[in-house]
Design a protein around this ligand. Structure first.
Ligand SMILES: O=C(O)CCC(=O)C(=O)O
Ligand SMILES: [Fe+2]
Length: 341
């Protein structure tokens, strides 16, 4: 019989590197004329062809990523009883807080077969907003009482990511041939979710098809992922092949979600991706920071005007983020989501 290590090594089929358009946000903001147009066009091309890009020059202080990762690792390392106290499962409609290891499978949302094995990760989510409708949608944030630094560090990161999200939407506007400020009003009462993931070192044998996060597309508009290293990390499906973005140190991978694809009349792609899929090494601990930057819940999103013309009419009716979520929930309700963990 093969040992666990040999079985897991056999998963290491290797993943080909994926080149992505890299935009330096500060340089873009300072650029003029042709240089600016060239950077916007590169971002647009990346979103059209791959649905993924890389953002550098975002201005987050050096060291902040590591601080957030460190305090959040402290949270994930708390005893189960303490994590249970901040579980998102305490009440119906409670979204913020801790989600246990292997509690669900992202692939099921995307519509994979119902027997997709559970994702090999645990999560923690917060929405640091004062808007009533946002708070009502997600329930209170749940911070670990014994680690006050989690709330402090997360708030610092969330506030900066709100700015990065808004700045990237201005880059998006320029890339789509709109006025720079086109998207601003949609994000005034934005519904953005901060999530940390944690996959502890895995020494068991993964089930066939099991990942740290199974193949899926993101629901919302733009997602920002920070991962401290790429081993056993993010993989993007291009022409049926799994490819691995290798972003420069300290940058974000940014990707387009279903709602952004819909908003742009499918000009931009919401591309299937996963984390640590079959073939990936799982023996090292992995953490990531994911920021789902999303518009206000109740503002109608009409087809972006530069993404339609007489020969390319809008494919979708205007929709709000709330309606979009409801629609996705309805799709889910038709599937059996229970998983064996
Ligand atoms: O952990 C990551 O790097 C990304 C996870 C992801 O794609 C998701 O949760 O939507
Ligand atoms: Fe995702």
């Amino acid at each position: 019989m093969k040992s666990v290590e040999v079985l897991n090594e056999e998963r290491s089929a290797g993943t080909i590197a994926l080149d992505l358009a890299v935009v330096d946000l500060a340089k873009f903001e300072a650029a003029e004329g042709e240089e600016r147009a060239r950077m916007a066009a590169a971002f647009d091309q990346g979103m059209r062809e791959i649905g993924f890009g890389v953002i550098t020059g975002h201005g987050l202080p050096a060291g902040l990523f590591q601080r957030v990762l460190d305090v959040t690792r402290g949270l994930f390392d708390l005893p189960l009883t303490e994590k249970a106290e901040i579980s998102s499962r305490v009440a119906e409609g409670q979204f913020c807080g801790w989600v246990p290891f292997a509690a669900d499978a992202a692939s099921r949302v995307y519509g994979a077969k119902n027997d997709t094995p559970a994702d090999l990760r645990e999560r923690f989510r917060a929405v640091i907003s004062n808007c009533d409708e946002v708070r009502q949608k997600v329930g209170p944030n749940q911070w670990p009482a014994s680690l006050p630094e989690v709330r402090e560090t997360w708030t610092e990161y969330y506030r900066l990511m709100e700015q990065v999200g808004a700045r990237v939407m201005r880059l998006a506007a320029a890339s789509l041939g709109l006025s720079d400020w086109y998207f601003d009003e949609y994000f005034e009462r934005h519904f953005s979710v901060m999530m940390a993931t944690h996959s502890p070192p895995f020494t068991g044998v993964a089930q066939p098809g099991q990942s740290r996060c199974g193949a899926h597309t993101d629901t919302g508009t733009m997602t920002f992922v920070y991962q401290p290293n790429t081993r056993g990390g993010l993989e993007v499906q291009i022409d049926g092949q799994w490819r691995m973005p290798v972003p420069p140190e300290g940058s974000f991978v940014v990707n387009c979600g279903d709602l952004m694809a819909r908003w742009t009349n499918n000009r931009w792609r919401s591309t299937v991706h996963r984390v640590g899929g079959p073939g990936a090494p799982l023996r090292e601990r992995r953490q990531s920071l994911v920021f789902f930057h999303q518009p206000a819940l109740d503002v109608k999103l009409q087809c972006v005007p530069t993404c339609t013309d007489a020969r390319n009419p809008p494919r979708y009716a205007p929709i709000t983020l709330r309606e979009h979520f409801t629609h996705q929930q309805q799709l889910l309700a038709t599937r059996d989501l229970s998983v064996a963990s």
